[in-house]
Design a protein around this ligand. Structure first.
Ligand code: UDP
Ligand code: MG
Length: 140
């Protein structure tokens, strides 16, 4: 088996709603392994690095406010084809249209705040995963 790693974040809304266990349980039940785990409140600097591709988007300031509004769970998840597997478990960005059966589709809701609060982040490619794991857990 060729193993791969991805970064999963339980965002502040997921932590605040007491969904850490349910979310990690879905990842583990699928068959993936949680190999690193920590709880922290992200700074604007860390989020600016993590979301570098979105720095110039109009929603970026609100995204930083949302993501720094409370503690986050950061996890490194390991398994064969885990990057695409965890993306698939998380579901589409918009919780209203995310497919039922996914974390965002089953547990996420648009509260009408203007922010897309969608409980989780997961890396979108092996290259993003390596970059993001370095940001949240430090480079090996
Ligand atoms: N986001 C937002 N408004 C938008 C697009 C994205 O608030 O119009 C937030 C949302 O929380 C999303 C994050 O920014 O999860 C990153 O956006 P991306 O398009 O990369 O979605 P993801 O990869 O998280 O599905
Ligand atoms: Mg993304």
């Amino acid at each position: 088996m060729t193993s791969e790693r991805t970064l999963l974040l339980v965002k502040p809304d997921g932590v605040q709603r007491r969904l850490i266990g349910i979310i990690l349980s879905r990842i583990e039940a699928k068959g993936y392994e949680v190999v690193e785990l920590k709880k922290l409140t992200a700074t604007a600097e860390l989020l600016s690095e993590h979301y570098a591709e979105h720095r110039d988007k109009p929603f970026f300031p609100d995204l930083v406010d949302y993501m720094s509004s409370g503690p986050i769970i950061a996890a490194v998840i390991e398994g064969h084809r885990v990057v695409e597997g965890v993306r698939s478990l998380c579901g589409a960005t918009d919780p209203t249209t995310a497919a039922p059966g996914t974390i965002r589709g089953d547990l996420g809701c648009d509260w009408g705040t203007g922010n897309i609060e969608n409980l989780v982040h997961s890396s979108d490619s092996p290259e993003s995963a390596a970059r993001e794991i370095g940001i949240w857990f430090g480079k090996d």
